[in-house]
Design a protein around this ligand. Structure first.
Ligand code: SF4
Length: 589
């Protein structure tokens, strides 16, 4: 295996430095583990938008080496929650970083002018980006593709205007349709005057144990292409979840007022596939190709019959955020709103949930026509959402400028806190299956449904209840094990293929010796404890987590979830985590 290298780029001075971080990979595997160790070296009191606040992109030893190990993890201090910012994206970035010879890229500082950075095997350059500043996230990619041709594997990470405005719910978009969506990476990049990062390279490292490598690769490859679960992702994509969730009362509808959406069939994966699907895409080095693209024609001018065709990716989370949760059942309207989100570069879940809060707050009288400047907010009214998005973009008035600060900020300022459906400050994902979905969002280190998949626990125990105490242990165990998977930065859709045994076999096939199950488990526990330590240093407390008031009143897929029951299980999770605090390396205690 190669030497694992960190590329440091200081945008203030335009200087770079390369260092060998193989020792960190030995300790923390790679990806999120290594990035967490680097983040912990920064002062916790740092403003997330300060020049010194780092953005760390990291991949792992399996990246670009084994199938479906396609993700890159980004770590930063979140301007949305004020603590750990962690987001994962696919596309070609992991492959390009590997090709350029860097497993970690850390950006600090603030450029004196709007810039974009190119990284390849031999050169790192900071370019002026005045002509790109203000361009949409879609246009920026098109322009950079022409400006920065590459015969190697190349990836383009960029922000839209929302990131330039340092919105704490701005995303960074990767290649044609993947995103570092959650927790405000786009805003942090904007604060650095960094419009884009372009990475390319064509390096390969020699494999020493060729026989073992080939055998393991083939085994995983076969498992991926023959797996019924991966086939489902390929066929309908994650939008396949829309109908089953609605059937079990688990699809958030009208700002989590209920879990059954009467229009679910119209925005289901099946309907999108039949009527709008135009292309399947895959992240670099994935055989599944779960990315589903729909086409949308937009008219240039109402007077002229001239159209432009856009391709827009649709996933379950996007369909929930701009479909059921806003009560829109016309897929074209969903796509039209998503196109705006995509161009502006917001996190679709955060902006969608914030719009849904606004409707509830308006109907409860916390907002009036004074704030909305004459707009009447109702669920199902796509034309009004469209106007709202345009007004947010234009900074129409203080209220619209606030909407891109997220639901929690807005609810604190205007009222309707019980209707701000967020956990740990992050707007909720698209499952209202019950207690364990909510617990997963709340207790997860990045407040994501991907931290521990509590929604899946809810579905497993539907009609076969088990004691909460037993299930919370399963939730904790899963969130800890995911530290190992996220340090290898595999796509979590392949989590059942990369079992512990498979991970150990893969490490051995790469000549990374000395790993066994006990060491793997201890490393995962250590990384989890390190993340919690970082969060605590930033002011996070489990005891501050609360169930949004509205969710205690509505019936989830698994029945009613009371605030008391939620708080009890948060405390149980906290206690499990406290036991593992002993795993913290001495320097972080
Ligand atoms: S399964 Fe989908 S998200 Fe995962 S690596 Fe493949 S294409 Fe990307």
């Amino acid at each position: 295996m190669p030497t694992f290298r960190l590329l440091d780029i200081d945008l203030t001075t335009g200087t770079t430095r390369v260092s060998d971080v193989s020792d960190r990979f030995e300790k923390y595997l790679g990806g999120t583990g290594v990035a967490t160790s680097l983040l912990l070296e920064t002062p916790a009191g740092l403003d997330p938008l300060a020049p010194e606040a780092p953005v760390i992109f990291a991949i792992g030893p399996f990246s670009a080496v084994f199938p479906v190990v396609t993700k890159t993890v980004a770590l930063f201090k979140s301007p949305l929650t004020g603590n750990l910012g962690e987001s994962h994206a696919g596309g070609r970035l992991a492959m390009a970083m590997y090709g350029a010879g860097f497993h970690v890229i850390r950006l600090t500082g603030r450029a004196a002018f709007p810039c974009y950075v190119t990284v390849d095997e031999d050169r790192v350059e900071v370019h002026r980006a005045h002509s790109l500043w203000g361009s949409s996230a879609l246009a920026a990619e098109r322009i950079l593709r022409d400006h920065e041709p590459s015969s190697f594997k190349r990836s383009i990470v960029r922000i839209g205007p929302a990131g330039e405005r340092c919105s704490p719910i701005a995303a960074a978009t990767v290649d044609s349709s993947r995103h570092f969506g959650r927790l405000g990476l786009g805003g942090v990049m904007g604060s650095k005057n960094l419009k884009a990062l372009v990475v390319s390279g064509g390096r390969y490292w020699p494999v020493t144990e060729k026989g073992k490598y080939n055998a393991f690769y083939q085994k995983i490859y076969e498992a991926v292409v023959n797996s019924p679960a991966m086939k489902k992702y390929h066929d309908l994509g994650t939008a396949m979840n829309v109908m089953p969730l609605s059937r079990i009362n688990g699809l958030p509808t009208r700002n989590f007022s209920q879990g059954f959406f009467e229009g679910a069939a119209d925005i289901s994966g099946e309907t999108f596939a039949e009527k709008h699907l135009t292309q399947h895409l895959a992240c670099g080095h994935c055989q599944t190709g779960c990315i589903h693209m729909a086409t949308l024609r937009e008219r240039f001018d109402p007077e002229e019959h001239q159209y432009k065709t856009f391709k827009i990716s649709y996933d379950h989370e996007l369909v929930y955020a701009f479909g059921s949760n806003l009560s829109i059942q016309n897929p074209e309207e969903v796509l039209r709103l998503l196109l705006q989100v995509e161009k502006e570069g917001w996190d679709a879940m955060s902006i969608g949930v914030t719009l849904a809060w606004a409707v509830d707050a308006f109907q409860a009288g916390h907002l009036t026509a004074k704030e909305t400047d004459g707009l009447v907010l109702n669920f199902g009214d796509a034309a009004t959402y469209d106007k709202m998005l345009h007004r947010i973009k234009a900074g129409h008035n203080g209220f619209y400028r606030d909407l891109e600060k997220g639901a929690v900020f807005c609810a604190k300022k205007y009222g309707g806190q019980e209707c701000a459906i967020a956990f740990g400050g992050n707007e909720a994902p698209g499952y209202m299956t019950g207690l364990f979905a909510y617990l997963g969002y709340a207790t997860g280190v990045r407040h994501s449904h991907l931290d521990s998949a509590g929604y899946s626990i809810d579905q497993k125990v539907l009609n076969e209840p088990k004691p909460d105490e037993e299930l919370v242990q399963g939730l904790y165990k899963e969130s800890v094990w995911r530290m190992a998977l996220n340090s290898l930065v595999i796509c979590l859709f392949a989590r059942n293929i990369y079992t512990k045994e498979a991970v150990l076999e893969g490490l051995a096939a790469l000549g990374l010796t000395g790993w066994d199950e006990a060491r793997l488990n201890a490393t995962a526990r250590r990384i989890h404890a390190m993340k919690l330590r970082y969060k605590e240093r930033c002011g996070f407390r489990f005891d501050d987590l609360a169930l949004p008031g509205k969710l205690a009143r509505v019936i989830s897929g698994n029945g009613q979830v009371t605030s008391e029951r939620f708080a009890r299980q948060v405390a149980a999770y906290r206690d499990l985590a406290a036991k593992d605090a002993g795993e913290l390396p001495a320097e972080y205690r």
